[in-house]
Structure formats: C-alpha cells, structure tokens
Design a protein around this ligand. Structure first.
Ligand code: RP5
Length: 170
C-alpha cells in the first residue's frame, strides 16, 4: 500500500496532527511524520515533496498555522494529492492559515479541510488510497455504517424523550 506523508510546519502543530496519525493507525495505513517548514526549512520541504512519489507515498497531508504556505509549497513540487490542514495557532484563530492554505492559484490544487480538521484530513487520505484498494474501501464503508448506527441510536433516545406523550415536549 502507498504511504501517507504527514508533514507539519512546527512541532507545536503536533497536538492537532496527532488526530490524523491516530486515524491512519486505525485504518492500518502506513505513514511517515516529519516537521518541515515552508519558511524555516524550505530546502527540506521541497526535497521531500520532489522525491515523495518515488519513495512510495500516495498522498501528503500538510499541517501549518499562521501564514500557512506549507501545503502549497509541497504541492508546487509534486503531482501527488496534497491535503492541507490549517492550524489554529495565532491571534487570528486559524482564519489566517485557512485562507493561506485554501486560496491556491489554478494549476496547483490543495484539498483543504477545516481549521484543525486533522481527522478528516486522514480520512480523505484513506479515501484517496481506497480508490485502488477494495479492502480499504470496505473498512471505510463499515466505519460509516457504524457511525450512522450510533447517530440513529442517539436519535432514537432523543425521539423517545421528546416525541411521546409524557415526554418533555409532549
Ligand atoms: C507555522 O507557524 C507552524 O505550522 C505553526 O503552526 C506556527 C507557529 O510555529 P512555532 O512558532 O510554534 O514553531 O509555521
């Protein structure tokens, strides 16, 4: 199976990025984690994405905060899909990182998830790999069914409480 590269701009992003790592572990997807910064270590970031395909990566997740150029800088050097996680790490509550990550020029796309949306970034990476991996696709389907079942159970509880004679809203 192809690996997922998990790159963050600073180790201060790790508390959020760990949610992506946990999700990849849950799906048994191989991954590597690195701290490469678009601004502080641009040579290492560029080298990583230039050689990622030949090193067996299929998708790259890039997490960065503030003026978050990491995902775009990685995308500039590879045709592998790049998923950007804008990190909330400044006085602007992550809106700075969101706009810096999502507003890519035509030709160099970055699939941007929500601010601090690390679990969804990993799920999207798994979904990309699952296009050519039926066992992984089946795991995703089973997980979605299990999630739906939990929501339906919660709905049943709420309906029971509010929609019956004698219930709170009856
Ligand atoms: C970004 O600046 C990093 O991704 C991090 O979110 C933010 C702050 O970095 P540190 O100053 O905590 O290293 O490049």
């Amino acid at each position: 199976m192809k690996k997922v590269g998990v790159i963050m701009g600073s180790d201060s992003d790790l508390p959020v990025v760990e949610k992506a790592i946990d999700k990849l572990k849950e799906y048994g997807v191989p991954y590597e984690v690195h701290v490469y910064s678009a601004h502080r270590t641009p040579a290492q970031a560029g080298e990583f994405s230039r050689t990622a395909k030949e090193k067996g990566f299929g998708v790259i997740i890039a997490a960065a905060g503030k003026a978050a150029h990491l995902a775009g800088a990685l995308a500039a050097n590879t045709t592998l899909p790049i998923i950007g996680i804008p990190i909330k790490s400044s006085t602007l509550d992550g809106l700075d990182a969101l706009l810096s990550t999502v507003q890519m020029p035509t030709g160099i796309p970055v699939a941007t998830v929500a601010i601090d949306g690390a679990a969804n970034a990993a799920l999207l990476a798994v979904q990309i790999l699952a296009v050519s991996d039926e066992a992984l696709a089946e795991k995703l389907r089973r997980s979605r069914s299990a999630e739906a079942k939990k929501v339906l159970e919660k709905n049943a509880g709420v309906e029971e409480e509010f929609n019956h004679p004698g219930g709170k809203e009856a």
